[in-house]
Design a protein around this ligand. Structure first.
Ligand SMILES: NC(=O)C1=CN([C@@H]2O[C@H](COP(=O)(O)OP(=O)(O)OC[C@H]3O[C@@H](n4cnc5c(N)ncnc54)[C@H](OP(=O)(O)O)[C@@H]3O)[C@@H](O)[C@H]2O)[C@@H](O)CC1
Ligand SMILES: Nc1ncnc2c1ncn2[C@@H]1O[C@H](COP(=O)(O)OP(=O)(O)O)[C@@H](O)[C@H]1O
Length: 320
């Protein structure tokens, strides 16, 4: 896709970008994805992210959480596959490096951060994972905090053709040293260009910026989504759709390294990311219509992802 600015992401564009599902496909064809996060006090965030991925079409969703919260998290997982990771003081510890890396390397995409918590050890651990894994990554929430002083790792991944998607809200964008003064679109584009990543600047009218100067501005969503946990669902949805994109490339080009993203590949990943943002807002709008902006919850939004996808598919059959 050539460099463009889509100021209004439409349903028609969503219908065009929604990945086709092979009628003969099996679960491995629709992406294996892995989420790493959770800590004592933040047990919901990793589960919400996992269901964001599962409800967006992922074939297999793995979830790594610190051992002390594993029984709670596992009690909320049916389709998602949770596993306990080594822990210290209620958070994932540095001893979790190899299990996390091994899981990520066996997956089409990974999400780092929902409910992770903050510590120096976690900052070192996340930085080491960014350096070591070639798997495309989505980094959200405390994952962003963990790497805020190691942003050169993003440039190094880009130089190696590795894909990284960052999903900050404005508070997180500020501590990543993003300068909001030029305005949201320009700020997101400057950051994406400087660090060679896809930057999703969340808020009303979420901006998805690509390093090549392309940019999407979202049109769905409402203030009923301004509740802790909505962003976690979005991180999972981006992961789920990205995993499907990577898996489709893997089966279409058997000899291509799943981890290497050409410029065209980053363009496609940008489109898929903006699609996830659109569907997330649309699911929120459907939840709002049914429940109202006061009472709707992020888990209600996650449960309405299928309805949002169906609405886009209806548009697909009308236009193509
Ligand atoms: N159920 C669970 O388990 C949940 C778990 N969660 C987990 O909690 C962890 C921390 O979450 P987080 O990254 O959002 O950090 P947080 O310290 O709130 O913000 C940092 C700074 O940014 C600011 N700020 C916040 N939002 C803003 C906005 N939209 N636009 C602009 N500014 C905004 C905020 O400023 P203030 O609120 O003081 O104005 C603050 O200074 C993370 O791992 C997440 O996954 C949550 O998802 C909730 C549900
Ligand atoms: N007023 C609003 N209008 C549209 N979307 C919103 C609004 N407020 C929040 N959102 C969306 O809800 C999500 C909130 O994410 P985030 O700030 O990371 O919260 P958390 O991490 O606590 O879940 C983002 O996707 C954001 O775009």
């Amino acid at each position: 896709m050539e460099k463009q600015i889509f100021r209004n992401f439409t349903k028609k564009l969503a219908a065009k970008l929604l990945p086709a599902r092979d009628p003969d496909g099996h679960k491995g064809d629709f992406g294996r994805v892995s989420i790493t996060g959770g800590s004592v006090g933040f047990t919901g965030a990793p589960v919400l992210a996992a269901y964001g991925a599962a409800r967006s079409g992922s074939g297999l969703v793995f979830l790594g959480v610190p051992e002390p919260i594993y029984p709670i998290v596992a009690g909320h997982c049916l389709e998602v596959m949770p596993s306990p990771l080594p822990a210290a003081r209620g958070k994932i510890s540095k001893d979790a490096f190899f299990p996390i890396l091994e899981r990520l390397n066996g997956c089409d995409a990974g999400l780092l951060g929902p409910g992770l918590g903050r510590s120096q050890d976690l900052s070192k651990l996340m930085s080491k994972i960014l350096e070591e894994t070639e798997t495309p990554l989505v980094i959200d929430a405390d994952g962003l905090y963990a790497i805020k002083d190691r942003r050169e790792l993003l440039q190094k991944r880009a130089e190696r053709g590795l894909l990284t998607i960052l999903t900050p809200h404005e508070g997180e964008f500020r501590y990543l040293s993003g300068d909001l003064a030029p305005g949201r679109e320009a700020a997101a584009l400057d950051f994406a260009k400087e660090y060679g990543c896809i930057l999703v600047l969340k808020g009303p009218e979420t901006v998805t910026a690509l390093p090549d100067g392309s940019c999407y501005v979202n049109t769905t969503g409402n203030n009923g989504m301004a509740k802790g946990g909505s962003g976690d669902v979005l991180g999972g949805m981006i992961l789920g759709l990205l995993g499907q994109l990577v898996a489709s490339k893997r089966s279409a080009e058997a000899d291509t390294d799943k981890a290497q993203f050409s410029k065209a590949g980053i363009s496609e990943a940008g489109g898929i990311t903006a699609l996830a943002v659109y569907l997330h807002g649309l699911a929120g709008d459907i939840a709002c219509k049914e429940l109202g902006e006061y009472g709707m919850l992020p888990s209600d939004l996650a449960a309405r992802i299928p309805a949002a996808i169906l609405e886009v598919q209806k548009n697909q059959s009308q236009h193509f």
